[in-house]
Design a protein around this ligand. Structure first.
Ligand code: HEC
Ligand code: HEC
Length: 157
């Protein structure tokens, strides 16, 4: 019995200690206060709505949204995004048309309209805020790997 308890302590205590140590390294989303203390929610971050299209980090990246989307409904009855980004509305809206992949199902068949898997735009396209990143971003643009002197000029976001 006694040996069992000792072996248990021997195996569990180091794990708990390691857990506490590693947990301190990770950024805490809820802030420095312990979870037992109620603190006021931080203010909402300001969205970037300057209408300037943002360079993609790689060709297949879903471009980020450079305009406000507040109150834009995407539900069973309506898709507000498509009222500007659908092919037939792009002349009036001057919005870039959804690309041809948005008309294809996962088998690669081109459909007559928006593919259901692309209906909920914001599951891939997101607005940006001026929030400071929680962790440092060490992403390297692929152009910098092949031609370091041609690293594209980036706006800090
Ligand atoms: C009132 C018209 C309008 C609506 C509605 C609209 N957009 Fe846009 N969108 C634009 C225009 C115009 C641009 C070009 C940049 C700009 O002017 O902001 C754009 C740019 C974008 C881009 C950047 C494309 C690129 O290549 O960089 C994305 C992504 C996007 N919109 C997604 C959305 C999503 C998702 C919704 C719905 C939540 C939406 N838009 C609703 C007009 C609209
Ligand atoms: C499953 C993820 C996904 C969903 C959902 C999605 N997109 Fe995209 N979108 C992408 C990707 C990835 C790209 C870039 C590569 C490409 O064109 O396929 C893109 C590209 C775009 C572009 C740029 C087109 C161009 O040729 O420059 C626009 C505009 C856009 N999407 C709007 C929308 C709108 C509006 C919706 C909702 C109706 C939507 N997307 C839904 C993934 C998605």
């Amino acid at each position: 019995m006694k040996h069992g308890a000792f072996a248990f302590l021997l195996s569990v205590v180091p794990c708990l200690t390691a857990g506490v140590l590693f947990a301190q390294d990770a950024p805490r989303l809820r802030g420095p206060e312990p979870f037992t203390k109620e603190v006021p929610a931080p203010p909402m971050q300001r969205q970037v709505t300057d209408d300037v299209r943002v360079m993609r980090n790689y060709p297949d990246q879903p471009p980020v949204i450079p305009h406000s989307i507040e109150g834009y409904a995407v539900d069973l009855n309506a898709n507000k995004c498509m009222s500007c980004h659908a092919r037939k509305f792009t002349e009036q809206s001057q919005a870039p048309m959804i690309s041809v992949t948005h008309y294809q199902d996962r088998a690669g068949n081109t459909l007559g309209g928006l593919a259901p898997r692309r209906y909920v735009c914001v599951s891939c396209h997101v607005p940006q805020t001026t929030a400071t990143p929680l962790v440092e971003n060490r992403f390297t643009d692929m152009d910098a790997l092949t031609e370091p002197e041609r690293q594209p000029e980036r706006r800090r976001r």
